[in-house]
Design a protein around this ligand. Structure first.
Ligand SMILES: [Zn+2]
Length: 600
């Protein structure tokens, strides 16, 4: 009995132990399940979903950019790219090794590329090579099973059929940066996307970009497609019409070719820019590749600055072109009349310093018209002395100098209209009266862009109405509707209202071209061209020798036609081109000639 009792007690003891083990196990299992289900739920769920559903974005066709008559300046062509999905690589180091071999890439370059996007989740595909050759595409496709980390995709690639043609207007694309990806403006973009970085491509990115399409598909554990769930095709970007005229642009570029400088041709009635050329230029096709740091550096470091749009960013002394502003200021302020004369003997002394005319023998007695026609310095020195720097600066600003023209391109520079306040702030010195005399003929610290000169010229041509120059003509929407640019109301500048004032100046400009003045190189039989030349000394003889430049002046011409019905303005600057009448005026003549043949 006692034995049985003892046996029972030991049995009960064992049962209790087993019970405890079971309870503890159950608790452990419960805790484990709780952790699995609650804490790790999101992680496991996401992983399962990623493996089961695959999202593929379909890149849209970028909108075309065409000239005013529909000539295609930027289009798209098909291209292949390959992306790397880190999550799908079993052994990242080994995979990098193999992928570099497969794509004949430098492993370091590949690692650097992936490192750049280290901060992004592993499942984000990162483009590692684009613009693949047919052989490369075939090689990737035939090895796809062994490389689940690689994804091949077709993308429309930007193509500029005329290479460097109008490159500063069109701009170029580059890969979106991580910083840009965070800006609301670029919402909907992904890593590796190409976006407009400058020019029209940047300015009208919203119109041109289009919208991405989306495919959602079910895939098995090996990443093979089982079924397609969703397919939303991409929407192509809108077609942007520019005001440019292909022929005038091509002619302007041809005329500049080989010489640093800029040309602007615009319609003074509405501000439509027909040509905007800047040389040296560059081929925007070279920027389409995501990986060409050497090429990029060669552009950035080129001392002739091919990326710089000289028409809107080149800062030049206006030289004698500024005499037009002086003439306006003098007549408006009534310090002179059109019949006021100053005598030019070749030199004069003002404030105790000698100042020379460019024409050493002297021009003789000069009134306003003759002074513009022959570009006499002595006349304008005297006028500058009468006006004083404050009034000169005020009129220059009313004519649009020292401020943005408002062109629809990024990066425009405002130039500089100096006055005593500017000098105090920037040079820490008072204004000397002698400096006013230099400014009177467009020298000194005065700086303008070629586009500002074109706008000034169209204001004179329109007898006081100023326009906002622009390149955007209209956008043709996907739905087939068109939206035109409506230029803001032309401004009548207060103080520049007297049309008679303009007639005197225009008469001088007409004589400059048509009556043996400095602008006669622009003369065209039977076409009433009015113009003004300028040449500005930019470097000293010593510097010129060092730079191996024979000529040390920039050559300017700006003008319009016709005298009584202005429809076209042409502004030309050729760096180191010598006298304005020599180089810039004949270039302008050829553009006037082409314009007349095509439009007048
Ligand atoms: Zn003179």
């Amino acid at each position: 009995m006692a034995r049985i009792y003892e046996d029972l007690t030991s049995l009960q003891k064992r049962i209790r132990i087993i019970q405890r083990v079971v309870v503890v196990s159950v608790i452990l299992i419960a805790v484990y399940l709780w952790k699995m289900q609650i804490l790790d739920y999101n992680r496991y769920w996401q992983k399962a979903e990623n493996n089961r559903l695959r999202e593929i974005k379909l890149p849209p066709q970028r909108g075309l950019i065409v000239d005013r008559n529909g000539v295609i300046l930027a289009k798209n062509k098909a291209s292949f790219q390959v992306s790397f999905i880190r999550e799908n690589a079993q052994d990242l180091q080994l995979s990098l090794e193999r992928v570099a071999r497969l794509l004949s890439m430098d492993k370091k370059e590949l690692v650097a590329r992936l490192d750049k996007y280290r901060s992004l989740p592993d499942f984000v595909p990162i483009v590692i090579k684009d613009d693949l050759s047919i052989e490369e595409v075939a090689r990737i496709e035939s090895n796809q099973m062994e490389f689940p980390e690689l994804r091949l995709a077709m993308e429309p690639k930007r193509d500029y059929p005329f290479g460097p043609f109008a490159s500063h207007v069109l701009g170029y694309l580059q890969e979106i940066s991580l910083r840009e990806l965070r800006i609301p403006q670029y919402q909907g973009h992904d890593v590796g996307d190409m976006i407009g970085k400058t020019g029209i491509e940047f300015q009208f990115e919203q119109e041109l970009a289009g919208r991405k399409g989306l495919v959602v598909e079910v895939v098995d554990s090996l990443g093979r497609k089982v079924k397609e769930l969703v397919r939303r095709p991409p929407t192509r970007g809108n077609k942007v019409y520019l005001t440019l005229d292909y022929d005038l642009q091509a002619k302007a570029e041809e005329l500049l070719n080989g010489r640093e400088g800029a040309i602007v041709v615009l319609d003074p009635r509405n501000g439509e820019i027909l040509a905007l050329a800047s040389f040296p230029n560059y081929d925007p096709n070279k920027f389409i590749h995501r990986f060409s740091p050497e090429e990029w550096l060669s552009f950035v470091q080129d001392p002739s600055h091919p990326l710089e749009n000289r028409a809107i960013r080149g800062l030049y002394a206006p030289g004698s072109i500024f005499k037009l502003v002086m003439a306006l200021a003098g007549l408006e302020a009534k310090v002179i009349s059109p019949w006021t004369t100053f005598f030019c003997s070749g030199t004069t002394v003002i404030y105790g310093h000698p100042f020379a005319c460019w024409y050493q023998p002297g021009h003789g007695a000069m009134n306003l018209e003759k002074a513009i026609q022959h570009s006499c310095n002595i006349y304008f020195y005297n006028l500058g002395k009468l006006l004083g720097i404050e009034r000169i600066a005020a009129y220059a600003r009313q004519c649009g100098l020292g401020q943005l023209t408002g062109i629809d391109l990024p990066g425009e520079k405002r130039g500089l209209v100096p006055d005593p306040e500017w000098k105090r702030q920037n040079r820490g010195a008072p204004w000397y009266p002698g400096e006013t005399i230099s400014v009177s003929i467009g020298q000194g610290p005065l700086l303008v862009t070629p586009l500002q000169v074109a706008v000034l010229t169209s204001m004179i041509a329109r007898r006081g109405q100023r326009i906002i120059p622009h390149l955007f003509l209209k956008v043709e929407k996907r739905e087939g509707t068109s939206q035109y640019y409506s230029p803001p109301c032309e401004e009548e500048k207060p103080g520049l209202k007297d049309k008679k004032v303009f007639e005197r100046i225009i008469s001088g400009m007409w004589k400059s071209v048509n009556a043996g003045g400095t602008g006669q190189g622009a003369r065209l039989e039977g076409y009433d061209i009015c113009g003004k030349t300028g040449s500005t000394q930019v470097i000293s003889r010593d510097t010129a020798d060092k730079m191996k430049k024979k000529i040390k002046t920039h050559s300017w011409f700006t003008g319009f036609a016709s005298r009584h019905d202005p429809r076209v303005v042409v502004t030309v600057i050729v760096e180191f081109g010598g006298m304005g009448g020599q180089t810039a005026a004949p270039i302008a003549r050829q553009l006037f000639e082409l314009y007349r043949r095509k439009y007048d």
